[in-house]
Design a protein around this ligand. Sequence first.
Ligand code: NAD
Length: 296
Amino acid sequence: MHIGFLGLGNMGGPMALNLLKAGHSLTVFDLSPTSMARLVEAGATAAASPTAIAQSDAELIITMLPAAAHVKSVYLGDDGLLPHVRPGVLLIDCSTIDPMSAREVAKAAAERGSSMLDAPVSGGTGGAAAGTLTFMVGGAAADFDRAQPLLAAMGKNIVHCGSSGNGQVAKVANNMLLGISMIGVAEAMALGVSLGMDAKVLAGIINTSSGRCWSSDTYNPFPGVLDSTPAARGYSGGFGSDLMLKDLGLATEAAKQARQPVILGSVAQQLYQGFSLQGHGGLDFSAIIKLYCQEA
Ligand code: NAD
């Protein structure tokens, strides 16, 4: 299939490479010439603008952009996709943005006779490279069925979450819980160690008791508990604190619009905001334990 792909960064780059590996032909666009060159070297065709992709004979167009402002400009701008896209082309935005913006862009697409899915991912850059991402997809069931085999070239779990915007809803709800649970595990681990407990023994107790969660048993933030986590390598790599801050901001903003309280989500957002201000935004999000103890 001929696919258009815009946004070839840390996530979009390896996702596009996996589509090429699966035998699809790609026309790509990114503001960064270096990112474009990497894909062209692997066999993709370079486009000069989003308009050029819209005017190509791509049957499906995927975007993987930093935030809602970029998504709106790429879809709604005068030289963007929607004013020029051919009818029947399926549009899939994999960026993480707020559900309201996703619905706004999908509505604009529908008004121009195009179908659109929001399909944010989890799994990070490792999952993007390995083709094992989880896709949380919002939009019409028929469009989901059409996209499914293609998304399967980039991911392992592809879940239809309901109507337009619901992929983003699933993503922000999950990541808000992840931020909260990481802070909870950091707090509990720091308390236990400060009261004289060995960190590994404490983690073992938590992980076989009712406090167990992914942040405690797979991604424990206390150094020395697990060998292959960011905590074991000075909190480098992994999922950046600033990316967690972005997702918590999306959750609290969406909650405000829905008039839904997210008390712990707001506290988590403020803690990551302060952490970023202290210059730690580039560290993995489990480094939030630095707020609690000096060992980290
Ligand atoms: P990134 O900054 O590495 O890549 C974004 C790319 O978009 C860049 O190459 C940039 O040049 C390009 N771009 C920006 N504006 C553009 C425009 N107008 N036209 C064309 N290209 C444009 O970001 P990333 O890490 O790849 O993340 C992309 C999305 O995926 C974000 O929404 C992020 O929240 C989400 N996400 C990231 C991760 C992760 O671990 N990095 C995990 C899950 C989800």
